[in-house]
Ligand binder design. Structure first.
Ligand code: 6GU
Length: 226
């Protein structure tokens, strides 16, 4: 899988994608992540990528030309399955969307900034608009990072134990069961006995009960969605 991220703040994303899960996925050659500085595509002598909005509204708007040139240059190299724009008015990113996007070959994520981007880009080039929640961030970089992380960890081989992605919270609309590690007794705080029993069927049953109970208590909306 290949993810191309277009941003006016490449430094912000470089550190993120070259660490932890994302770095490991790239070293294993399971995923390629390329970050493009939108300013490299402007024809403006001051490297500007935004301008005042028509109509006299407040704020600045990202211009068509640098975005179009960057996306056009990428599309000349390969086919893209999705060209995603990060925006608070997009469709809410969730685990099913992460699953779906993790199956794709090539995607572009365009990070929004300022008051927005020229709407013509959204009409003519963007195939999908995505938000990470009902709150406003100053830019789309954190959203792009969150999406890239959630997608890449689902690519087969990225996680050492593939089971661990399958048993994630949300993967079956249930929150995950609690987990524990040694020691079994820490300051009198004890790990549930069943987990020490070695009885596999009982442990599985406990895990499911815990998932259901935690979901009922913390996220009843997920059970209704089933
Ligand atoms: Cl994708 N972008 C911005 N700027 N704010 C957001 C968001 C995206 N998702 C939630 N808030």
């Amino acid at each position: 899988m290949r993810i191309d991220i277009i941003t006016v703040l490449p430094e912000l994303l470089e550190g993120f994608v070259n660490n932890s899960i994302l770095q490991r996925a790239q070293k294993k050659q399971l995923v390629e992540i390329h970050i493009h500085n939108l300013r490299d595509y402007t024809k403006d002598k001051h490297r500007r990528v935004d301008d005042y909005p028509f109509g006299g509204f407040a704020g600045m708007v990202m211009q068509c030309q640098p975005i179009d040139d960057c996306i056009t240059a990428l599309k000349a190299q390969r086919h893209y399955d999705e060209i995603i724009f990060t925006t608070p008015d997009g469709a809410q990113f969730d685990q099913p969307m992460a699953n779906e996007l993790s199956l794709l070959q090539n995607i572009i994520i365009l990070c929004g900034h300022y008051k927005g981007i020229d709407y013509r880009i959204r009409e003519h080039l963007i195939t999908r608009e995505v938000s990470i929640g009902d709150y406003v961030l100053t830019g789309g970089e954190i959203a792009a990072a969150a999406m890239a992380d959630a997608i890449v960890r689902l690519v087969p081989g990225v996680l050492s134990d593939e089971q661990s992605a399958l048993s994630d919270s949300f993967q079956d609309n249930l929150l995950a069961a609690p987990v524990y590690t040694r020691p079994a007794d820490y300051k009198g705080w004890r790990v549930p006995d069943v987990l020490l029993s070695g009885h596999e069927a009982k442990i599985k049953e406990w895990e499911l009960q815990q998932s259901l109970e935690r979901t009922r208590k913390l996220r009843p909306d997920l059970l209704e969605a089933k």
